[in-house]
Write a protein that binds this ligand. Structure first.
Ligand code: FEO
Length: 182
């Protein structure tokens, strides 16, 4: 910033916020790869839903980046590993999503605790959105995994889930997960 004035932020919190970006960008990259895999397996509704998840993850990374930029803090963008290109089946793919989301939740929890410990109310308020979002995202992934396990590996079962996702619904997920995610 031209003013030369830099707001203070606890150095450990700043490092952790930058580290967290890796998880959001990795999720965006992997969910895009999943969307491509789903499209190749004739599941267009599921593929479109997953592509939206990828876009949402970029939005999550940008929320953190905007917070840091607004406070004139250094942003260090991460290198993103090449995502997988194949999964044994749709159940394995969604189990991968759930693992990702649980890892993000753990990171958000650690960030919130670090912000609290540093007395950084601005960061806490920013992170509160993520606390709520992660409850919804884990709920969606768990509910979708349950639907797929019920559907089994039959084409008809997968088609049913594909149609539900095409309509933006995951029965059993937290209600806000049925809206177009932000
Ligand atoms: Fe941004 Fe799905 O974690």
């Amino acid at each position: 910033m031209v003013s030369g004035f830099r707001q203070t932020m606890d150095t450990d919190l700043l490092a952790k916020l930058n580290d967290h970006l890796r998880l959001e960008f990795r999720a965006a990259h992997e969910y895009l790869a999943m969307s491509i895999w789903l499209s190749a397996h004739d599941l267009p509704g599921f593929s479109a839903w997953m592509r939206q998840q990828s876009t949402d993850e970029l939005g999550h990374a940008n929320r953190v980046i905007e917070h840091l930029v607004d406070r004139d803090q250094a942003v260090k963008l991460p290198a993103i590993p090449e995502p997988p290109t194949d999964w044994p089946d749709a159940v394995a793919l969604v189990a991968h999503v759930l693992r990702n989301e649980q890892e993000v939740t753990a990171s958000i929890t650690a960030l919130y605790e670090a912000a609290d410990g540093a007395g950084d109310r601005g960061a806490q308020i920013m992170l509160q959105w993520f606390v709520n979002e992660q409850m919804e995202e884990e709920s969606s992934a768990r509910a979708l995994l349950g639907r797929l396990k019920l559907a089994g590996s039959t084409g008809l079962g997968l088609l049913l889930v594909d149609q539900e996702l095409a309509a933006g619904k995951i029965p059993g997920a937290a209600s806000s997960s049925e809206r177009v995610p932000v």
